[in-house]
Ligand binder design. Structure first.
Ligand code: AMP
Length: 281
């Protein structure tokens, strides 16, 4: 595995070839591992190298203390990349992604409408998707990947990235990967290490709320089922919603259509939790 930190070394490692890319912020867990394993299979199908990036992107954090506290266990991360068959690991500094002397290297892409749907991530984390679009666009410029793997755990992000590449006319295929979960259903996340022995069991209430929502026949009752499961566990609700799965627009009242998605986000003792599921099941 080539571990490279600069744009110049990355170009040399790619040698003019395309690749399959798994972008991450590190602190890798079982969710990332499933992305990497899917990435390996896609890369084998296309006879391309598998690349992964580890970059804690400052422009997508709207809370400076969240950025500061973000875990960075680089050695363990590199071991996982090696184990999953990654051939090129890109671990850049912020200056390589956002060169101070070349502001045009990483321009701010136009935000797709799905990024700013009211009542979802943009309300909870203003500016977050602008940062995501900027870094993903920069990584796509650098890697020119044939395919890139993104997790369904961050459903709105998956839709934002898909819409952005369509607008930009990029040929990269965005491949979704199902959410990896702990045995009690909690979606794996780099932030879960910050849950305490008291709060950890309560965190699975978000998943249980999604399942309860899936068992309701009406979107309004589904949202209420999710919200009350979160509140009962002490999760401060940022949003609970049933939306169109692709555009994340509000769903009309009346007969159930689809494909729709139930989504929830909230804070448990200062730790942000985020999850979603197909709706109805
Ligand atoms: P992050 O390192 O948190 O920016 O995540 C990098 C990628 O891993 C994103 O595409 C996420 O959606 C994906 N991801 C994070 N957690 C999970 C999970 N539990 N299951 C599947 N994918 C995940």
């Amino acid at each position: 595995m080539d571990v490279v930190g600069t744009v110049e070394d990355l170009r040399e490692a790619l040698g003019g070839d395309s690749c399959v890319l798994v972008p991450t912020m590190g602190a890798l867990h079982g969710g990332h591992e499933s992305l990497l394993r899917l990435g390996r299979a896609v890369a084998d199908d296309h006879d391309l190298p598998l690349a992964a990036s580890i970059f804690v992107n400052p422009t997508q954090f709207n809370d400076p203390s969240d950025l500061e506290r973000y875990p960075r266990p680089l050695q363990a991360d590199l071991e996982l990349l090696l184990r999953t068959g990654v051939e090129i690991a890109f671990v850049p500094s912020a200056e390589q992604i956002y060169p101070p002397d070349d502001p045009l290297a990483a321009p701010q892409p136009e935000l797709p409408a799905v990024a700013t749907e009211p009542g979802l991530e943009d309300q909870a984390r203003p500016g977050h998707f602008a940062g995501v679009c900027r870094v993903v666009s920069r990584l796509f410029d650098l890697f020119d990947p044939e395919a890139a793997i993104f997790g369904e755990k961050d459903w709105q992000q998956l839709r934002v990235v898909s819409a952005m590449v369509a607008t930009q006319g990029r040929s990269v295929e965005i491949v979704p990967c199902p959410t990896a979960r702990e045995p009690d259903g909690l979606a794996m996340s780099s932030r879960n290490v910050r849950l305490t022995p008291e709060t950890r069991p309560k965190a699975a209430a978000l998943y249980r709320g999604l399942i309860a929502a899936q068992n309701e026949a009406d979107p309004g009752r589904a949202v209420e089922a999710l919200r009350s499961a979160m509140v009962a566990a002490g999760i401060e609700v940022e949003y609970a919603a049933v939306r169109d799965a692709e555009m994340l627009t509000r769903v009309p009242p009346g007969p159930v259509g689809g494909p729709w998605r139930v989504l929830g986000a909230g804070c448990l003792d200062g730790v942000r939790l985020l999850d979603n599921a197909a709706w109805p099941a």
